[in-house]
Design a protein around this ligand. Structure first.
Ligand SMILES: C[S@@+](CC[C@H](N)C(=O)[O-])C[C@H]1O[C@@H](n2cnc3c(N)ncnc32)[C@H](O)[C@@H]1O
Length: 201
């Protein structure tokens, strides 16, 4: 496994409980987006890509959808299963699902852990996994950076991040998707850039 990925896997595994606690209310900040995402789906199957402890998938399940959590950290997947969520250990850079499997792919602050050179390929896998008319939600952290970062919230812990500006993300996404909703959310000291989109026909 590439070293940046292994570092992130180990860090999230070691601090899974702490991460779950720190981020338990984060859906509130993007609840409007989450509801718009659900309203835009033409079926029930959702892939929660880099689900972490399954906070968002629990909301999807309680809203009568069928989410599947995928995360590289087996500790995160254990936390999802404790919530009785369908969950698999897997790598968002090498998706293990058949083509046309999901009505929606939800990737909230997970694709930011993959290098920029892999972003286009990662998007192609999302498109491949979506059924016709499927919807993709992407949440990323704003910035202009690629490498290991220590955040204020987790002192002493370095994770690999790819941070983008809105113009960059919009330009890349627009090559493959029609963006139909954007939001910019300030959460603690960071700004998150969120996009709801459908693959171009
Ligand atoms: C910032 S957390 C976000 C978790 C969740 N989406 C949330 O909003 O709480 C990023 C998650 O992505 C997972 N992750 C990082 N790299 C991954 C990869 N290559 N494949 C799958 N999951 C990955 C981490 O284990 C972690 O759970």
């Amino acid at each position: 496994m590439e070293s940046y990925k292994e570092v992130n896997r180990i860090v999230y595994g070691k601090h899974a409980g702490q991460f779950k606690e720190f981020t338990k209310d984060y859906l509130e900040y993007i609840l409007e987006d989450a509801n718009l995402f659900l309203d835009s789906l033409n079926g029930k199957k959702i892939l929660d890509l880099g689900s972490g402890p399954g906070r968002d998938s629990l909301f999807f399940k309680e809203s009568c959808f069928n989410p599947v959590c995928l995360d590289i950290s087996k500790e995160m997947i254990k936390l999802c299963r404790k919530k009785s969520l369908a969950a698999v250990v897997g790598d968002l850079e090498n998706l293990c699902f058949k083509d046309n499997s999901f009505n929606g792919v939800w990737a909230y602050t997970s694709l930011l852990h993959s290098p920029k050179e892999k972003f286009n390929y990662n998007l192609s896998q999302v498109i491949r996994s979506l059924k016709s008319g499927g919807v993709f939600y992407l949440g990323m952290k704003e910035g202009n950076f690629e490498g290991f970062l220590e955040s204020d919230k987790y002192p002493g812990i370095k994770r690999f991040f790819s941070l983008y500006r809105d113009e960059e993300l919009s330009e890349i996404l627009s090559q493959y998707f029609e963006i139909f909703h954007k939001s910019r959310v300030k959460l603690e000291k960071a700004t998150f850039l969120n996009y709801l989109c459908r693959p171009k026909k």
